[in-house]
Design a protein around this ligand. Sequence first.
Ligand code: SAH
Ligand code: ZN
Ligand code: ZN
Ligand code: ZN
Ligand code: ZN
Length: 422
Amino acid sequence: GPALLFVKTSQGKEEGRRFYACSACRDRKDCSFFQWEDEKVSETRLAAREEYNRNHQPSFTHRQNVDRYKNFVLLPLSKRRFCQECQQLLLPAEWEKHSDHQFLCNITTAQLKSPSQLLYPLENKKTNAQYLFADRSCKFLLNLLIDLGFRRVLSVGTPRLHEMIQSKASQEEEFSVRSLLLDIDFRYSQFYTEDEFCHYNMFNHHFFGGEAARETCRKFLYEENGERIIMVTDPPFGGLVEALASSFKKLMAMWSETEKEGHDNKEMPMFWIFPYFFESRILDFFPSFSMMDYQVDYDNHALYKHGKTGRRQSPVRIFTNLTPSMIVLPEEEGYRFCPVCQRYVSSANQHCEICNSCTSKDGRRWKHCVLCKKCVKPSWFHCSNCNCCTLEKHSCEKSDVGCFVCGKAGHKRSACPSLSCT
Ligand code: SAH
Ligand code: ZN
Ligand code: ZN
Ligand code: ZN
Ligand code: ZN
């Protein structure tokens, strides 16, 4: 889809130079597209680009994949193979071509219903960053939105939540929740029909399936029979908040437009799952949102999951435009209700009388600094040189540019302690 317009600022110059680059790949190694805004592109280069794009299309279209799936499920178990190298379901006629590839045999119906287990997670940090919900967190999210009365889920970059909903819907008759998955990972088109999955880029709101896919999404957003809808998204954490917010606003607008009378100027309900240190960035774009204390856990993320030896703290939270008091967090995991703040908070999050709020962001108990007039992390102390609270080990010299991720000075985005996984 369309590239994004960035700006390169160089020191000493007022205005930076603007250029276009790929919206989805933040690493030039994954996509080399680069073009100055004012650059003239020759016919030859345009042709070469188109040629390149033609040669890099997926080997099957979504439609073809749906037909292949229909044939695949008709096969006896012994003939159901999945090529691990090509990440593709194989029909017997294709075995030959993949003969020197690793493959799995006897693919069961259960396996077909949990593609996120069958496919390997694309962990490339800069592009897909596929971190799958731990079962516990996924169940929590699903039960939460059911309790809140939602019957439709727009799953944007949440294949595991989508899969849990799809698989329950096919197994339990009374289960009436439906989900539409929007994701850039085209491998999922092998397992879902065009009404269940749209190939979508959340950084530029691009539907790869064109108008038909857009229409599928629009239809899904239209709340028939009073079936209320919520959007749940869990974007790659390295992604630009600005680009994401702009796409999410477009999805929200799509929802608003489905109702002729409008939805009384309400916003489409949304859960945006993202690390807590992006709170201010998200609130910049969505002032109606608030951050919940619930810690979202992941399966394949060493840092963001519960270790065997007890609880690791995950920095990932739920941001929502629903009334915080409605988001009930599990007491058995230590969350409790703060009557003053009117929301559930983590067990160590103490209500600060001076701030008049439960101030901890990371789940640890924070302390109030009278000089800074706010609560700060327990590991911080007040530095009279810098005139603010900070880590004991720091260099007092101030640098003007803050870290892109946490906004603090002294380090760059790549070395941000908040993203200690990298
Ligand atoms: N926790 C979620 C997965 C989150 S990982 C779950 O378990 O369901 C991030 C997801 O966003 C991945 O599925 C990835 O394929 C998708 N993604 C990454 N970049 C994207 C983009 N530009 N547009 C749409 N989806 C994207
Ligand atoms: Zn293969
Ligand atoms: Zn409180
Ligand atoms: Zn305080
Ligand atoms: Zn202080």
